[in-house]
Ligand binder design. Structure first.
Ligand code: BES
Ligand code: ZN
Length: 444
């Protein structure tokens, strides 16, 4: 690993480019500027494109007729670092320990996208140019649903026109095992608010005579699932595509013990999920309903005998082929409204949403990607789907007419979105090798 590569990585990580929180808006833009400068330095034409939200970084080499066009996508925004006190070192002061760099965004997605930039840098240094026409599109809003990137793609469709998109924002099933993902889950968000009395009330004076919004919320949230982990919303599974035998078979043969690893990494006393499916099937091919936040009432020290006036909850649903986000959110809203206990009022607001993605790993470019992974790791790649979401990937198909190759570098213990997020330098190197190999294989 060149010292300058590591220095680039550290500089990139020092920007607290948290997209969801207004306090960081300037830092997000500064991070975008840094990328433009870096991409310019390696010999690309790069610019920062404003949007109603955070800017998009767009860079390309000189486009030459007769060459294939590749779009490499990534994101420079990161999740909030909270809870900061659970980090062993400050989240925006990267440190190297045992070959792993620790910082918010190290894996998701700065290390991964930087490895592509460094791959292009090395290739241009060695050969003066790339074997393909290349675009980098690196956005600042992936972690908040990519609301403005679709427009950017529509506006620049003719200039971009990629034959294929390459994304390294997914995972490897295990260290050293090259992994190509051919599917992502979608996501849809919904916020709930339950209001009761016009103010917080003394629970002795009013308790027993008025409904408690927190109790109502707890009862309501409990209607989302049955005791077996199956989602109890009528119609929720109607459009779910059943898993095919070849997939179940292929995933059963993967060289990992997923149950053991997830038990260890998550630190739970036992695994829990929908009956009738393996752990990997539950994560990669089954939908979920998650409560991401739930609150109200007194949260301070000690006790307070109060009936809080309102309760809130934040929900997201992971979606799988062939569920449609709008339809699912409508079903959920209908179910919740119907099951809302008496004596309170329920308000709901739909949030960001992104569709699932499924592609053919054996397409022409899918095979090219598999050859590139094999070259980079000197071992046959495995084919998986992912439980996470990258909302813009379905727009690459719908707006640009291009499929996406998901060549991830995140390890199972990378702690994306958690304290002590980390990325091994060995994967920064692997990403550089993948970049060179995949551009070569696509060009061929
Ligand atoms: N890199 C992840 C997506 C991912 C996670 C892919 C795990 C494969 C495995 C991405 O940055 C992410 O976290 N996306 C969000 C999108 C959401 C906020 C719309 C997600 O999945 O929660
Ligand atoms: Zn993420």
């Amino acid at each position: 690993m060149r010292a300058s590569h590591l220095e680039d990585f550290y500089q990139f990580l020092r920007f607290p480019s948290v997209s969801t929180d207004d306090h960081y808006t300037e830092k997000v833009t500064e991070c975008g500027h840094w990328l433009v400068e870096k991409l310019t330095k390696i010999g690309l034409s790069a610019k920062l494109c404003p949007t109603p939200g955070h800017p998009v970084v767009w860079a390309h080499n000189k486009q030459q007729p007769g060459r294939r066009t590749v779009l490499i996508y990534g994101h420079y925004d990161v999740q909030p670092p909270d809870p900061v006190r659970l980090w062993d070192s400050p989240p925006f002061e990267p440190v190297l320990k045992n070959g792993y760099v620790f910082a918010r965004g190290a894996t998701d997605n700065k290390g991964q996208i930087l490895s592509h930039i460094l791959g292009v840098q090395e290739q241009i240094e060695a050969a003066g140019d790339l074997p393909v026409n290349l675009h980098f599109v690196i956005e600042g809003e992936e972690e908040i649903g990519s609301a403005n990137l679709g427009n950017f793609l529509s506006q620049n469709r003719d200039a971009l026109k990629p034959a294929i998109v390459v994304v390294s924002d997914t995972g490897m099933i295990s260290r050293g095992i090259p992994t190509m993902s051919y599917g992502l889950r979608g996501v849809a968000a919904l916020e709930l608010k339950i209001t009761g009395p016009k103010m917080d009330l003394h629970s002795g004076i009013y308790g027993g005579a008025v409904a408690n919004p927190l109790t109502a919320m707890a009862r309501l949230l409990a209607t989302l699932h049955d005791a077996n982990g199956h989602i109890a919303i009528p119609g929720f599974y109607d459009e779910v595509l059943p898993l095919e035998d070849w997939e179940r078979e292929m995933w059963r043969k993967l060289p990992v013990n997923a149950d053991e690893e997830i038990l260890k990494e998550a630190g739970v006393p036992e695994l829990f999920g929908e009956k009738g499916f393996s752990t990997l099937e539950r994560i990669w091919a089954r939908p979920t309903a998650e409560i991401n936040g739930f609150g109200g009432g007194y949260q301070g020290q000690g006790t307070k005998t109060v009936i809080g006036r309102e309760a809130m909850a934040k929900l997201t649903f992971r979606l799988v082929p062939n569920q449609k986000g709008d339809k699912i959110v409508a079903l959920v809203q209908k179910h919740l409204q119907k099951n809302c206990p008496a004596g309170v009022k329920l308000d709901m607001a739909a949030g960001h949403a992104g569709p699932w993605y499924l592609t053919d790993p054996h397409s022409k470019y899918g095979e090219a990607a598999q050859r590139a992974l094999k070259k980079a790791f000197e071992r046959d790649p495995v084919l998986i789907r992912e439980g996470g979401s990258i909302p813009i990937v379905s727009d690459f198909r719908d707006i640009l007419g291009a499929e996406t190759l998901l060549l991830g570098l995140a390890l199972p213990d990378c702690r994306a979105h958690s304290p002590n997020e980390n990325f091994p330098l060995e994967n920064l190197d692997a990403g550089i090798r993948i970049n060179k190999a995949v551009l070569q294989e696509i060009a061929a």
